[in-house]
Ligand binder design. Structure first.
Ligand SMILES: Cc1cc2nc3c(=O)[nH]c(=O)nc-3n(C[C@H](O)[C@H](O)[C@H](O)COP(=O)(O)OP(=O)(O)OC[C@H]3O[C@@H](n4cnc5c(N)ncnc54)[C@H](O)[C@@H]3O)c2cc1C
Length: 640
């Protein structure tokens, strides 16, 4: 079918004479030219591999989706071997390229399992197990959550009891609620699992620890004796993944399969505690930073689809014979442009935190734990804030779950709030600068008198700092009053919960805006890219104020006249961003194959392809469906 010239030329026209280099913008988004090169290389290896069958995915049954994912697992192993790629690099980009199509069935294998082993395994354990994972000699998963408990790790019921006679641990899930639940890839794929269980030795429980357990035979893939494995059933998303359950009955494993980098059990069963129990959550903290990149990626995909489609879709005759593009409506811009800005902001935050996490890990390895609490406190808030930001305004079913896994969001905010309140009590300087925010009271009133003032990043950021300062102070005061009024610390904490979540949100929002401003400032981009990013960052910040006026107007820090100025400025920014909106989403550089959207296709030939795609729908295979004979005919012809 010939291309629809109107829609194609509409999109082409949006791209004529971009006032900035799209390539430079892509490199900024990716975190540098090297990163762009790596992403493109890994994309091409995946996109050109026929096993990935991107376009066929839409109508797959559960069984087909799962089966295809296992095929992808085998292909990835081949790609890694053939091209001798670094597994961690590969995984980082592979994730970004492929998750939207739900090609995720070995996320546990190459990410969670590996990082937990690197973090908590001894060097001997790493030497033995990491090559097996990297070379796909085993397929590994991570078993933490139980049917009865997810967030409350100390409440887990699975046990690992040390038997000094045989120098083995005996693993059991003694109750129904101890059943390991929600475990990615355990139902059909995994051969090994890292199992979190309560460690018992010398008749004493020492809390949850990690154990390596082989769950399936490497000969015929059947579950090993004492291990019951199964599938959880269909979910709203991630249906290509075999999330499942696991029950254990007196399963024995050798002593050296407890991860013993921090805590240890000696041959005779004596327990040696870790130097610092907090060391055990470094891996998960790093992993949460990686998630920020995915948050950005989902938002980038959604924005790409919505902006491109809005640039070819015309609706409502506003002048005789003229229907404007939907993208020309300010209401549509209000829905979309903050999300474009959000995708760039989350990428900046992700790059910054991954980099910070790497440096922090080096310090932690040298036993300098000074950064750990701050790193954990900030990244917990970021995990919640950024996943929420990336699921707002659009829905990818599988991505909604990101608000739950890797730390449920409310619980993450509460952990972040705990850290912030601790900072209020103990001002200590730390690299991410939390104390500086919480110990310098803001001025009485926001220093904005005119539209030009709204261009100043320091001034705009000060509004966010003031809000964070006030929100943390409110939560802190409320909690202390409840405690001094006689509430137990649990009751006081519970009653303050909403204020605590609010203060963590406000602080994290400040952190994201600050990081976005800083990353633009220190980038070596040319003036034209810089200008676009500056506009996006100011838009995101002002839009955030406009969405939360109650918070920002606390104590009249921002007054109503200033809010009115903000609203005028937002409209001005919309009109500046409108001509480059398509180019800004093009710079995310998401190929059609993985965008998986007829509406968002690069060439704009939407209506032809949408119609072709609809014709392929399985219900179109027959003109008269079998249900007609079964039910409809009688209904239509019966004489009631
Ligand atoms: C798609 C998906 C994949 C997953 N994959 C894995 C996997 O591979 N391996 C694995 O081990 N787990 C996995 N999980 C499980 C995930 O880690 C848990 O769902 C998560 O930790 C939350 O636990 P929960 O579901 O038991 O919720 P709960 O902890 O029961 O939380 C329920 C509600 O109670 C609230 N709540 C809980 N505690 C508190 C508190 N202290 N204060 C205030 N409110 C509280 C929460 O905010 C939430 O609203 C997966 C989950 C999903 C959705």
């Amino acid at each position: 079918m010939a291309k629809n010239t109107t829609t194609v030329s509409d999109l082409r026209q949006e791209r004529s004479n971009p006032p900035f280099s799209i390539n430079d913008m892509t490199e900024f988004y990716d975190g540098g030219s090297e990163a762009t090169k790596k992403r493109k290389l890994i994309s091409s290896l995946i996109l050109n591999n026929p096993a990935f069958k991107w376009l066929e995915r839409h109508y797959w049954t559960r069984d087909e989706a799962y089966s295809s994912n296992v095929q992808c697992l085998a292909e990835v192993a081949k790609i890694l071997r053939k091209h001798k790629l670094n597994v961690d690099d590969f995984m980082h980009y592979y994730w970004l390229v492929s998750t939207i199509g739900e090609v995720v069935s070995f996320e546990m294998h190459l990410t969670t399992w590996k990082s937990a082993l690197q973090d908590q395994g001894t060097s001997e354990q790493q030497k033995k197990w990491l090559p097996l994972v990297d070379n796909f000699k085993i397929v590994a998963t991570y078993c933490q959550t139980e049917l009865g408990h997810g967030t409350f790790i100390r409440g887990f019921e699975t046990t690992a009891t040390y038997d000094p006679k045989t120098r083995e641990f005996i693993l059991n899930t003694p109750t129904l609620t101890a059943t390991k639940w929600w475990i990615g890839e355990v139902a059909k794929t995994a051969t090994h699992a890292l199992v979190m269980a309560q460690l018992w030795t010398q008749n004493k429980c020492y809390g949850p620890h990690l154990f390596i357990l082989q769950v399936r035979s490497l000969e015929d893939h059947t579950p090993l004796p004492g291990i019951t494995l199964g599938e959880m059933g269909d979910k709203f998303g991630y249906n290509s993944v075999d999330d499942g359950f696991m029950q254990l009955s007196n399963v024995r494993i050798p002593r050296d399969q407890m991860l013993m980098r921090h805590s240890k059990v000696t041959l005779d069963g004596s327990f040696i505690p870790p130097k610092n129990p907090r060391l055990t959550y470094v891996a998960i903290t790093l992993y949460r930073c990686q998630l920020l990149m995915l948050c950005s990626n989902y938002l980038a995909r959604a924005s790409t689809i919505a902006v491109r489609y809005s640039a070819i879709r015309r609706q409502t005759e506003t002048k005789p014979g003229y229907e404007p593009k939907v993208l020309d409506y300010v209401t549509q811009q209000n829905k979309l442009f903050p999300h474009i800005a959000g995708a760039y902001a989350l990428a900046c935050t992700g790059h910054y935190m991954i980099d910070f996490g790497k440096r922090a890990t080096e310090r932690i390895k040298l036993e300098d734990l000074s950064v750990l609490a701050e790193f954990h406190g900030i990244s917990s808030g970021l995990k919640a804030f950024c996943t929420e930001m990336s699921v707002s305004g659009h829905i990818y079913n599988n991505w909604l779950a990101s608000c739950t896994y890797e730390g449920e969001n409310t619980v993450m905010y509460l952990q972040s709030a705990k850290y912030l309140l601790r900072c209020v009590k103990n001002p200590k300087s730390a690299p991410l600068g939390v104390s500086a925010v919480l110990h310098n009271p803001p001025g009485k009133h926001w220093d904005v008198k005119n539209m030009q003032d709204l261009e100043k990043t320091n001034t705009v950021l000060e509004a966010y700092r003031a809000r964070a300062y006030k929100k943390v102070a409110i939560a802190d005061k409320y909690l202390r009053e409840l405690q001094s009024g006689g509430d137990t610390s649990y009751d006081a904490w519970n009653k303050s919960g909403i204020k605590l979540v609010d203060c963590a949100k406000a602080f994290t929002h400040y952190f994201v805006i600050k990081t976005f401003f800083n990353m633009i400032e220190k980038s070596r981009l040319g003036q034209s890219c810089h200008l676009q990013l500056h506009r996006l960052s100011i838009l995101l910040a002002l839009h955030g104020i406009d969405q939360n006026t109650g918070d920002f107007m606390l104590d009249n820090f921002i007054d109503f006249e200033q809010i009115k100025l903000i609203r005028v400025k937002i409209l001005e920014l919309f009109s500046e961003i409108r001509p480059v909106a398509v180019c800004l989403v093009d710079a995310f550089d998401i190929p059609d194959q993985t965008l998986l959207s007829v509406l968002g296709r690069y060439d704009g030939d939407v209506y032809n392809k949408l119609f072709e795609w609809a014709k392929e729908a399985p219900l179109n295979k027959t003109q008269v469906h079998s249900s007609y004979d079964k039910y409809l005919r009688n209904l239509l012809t019966s004489k009631l």
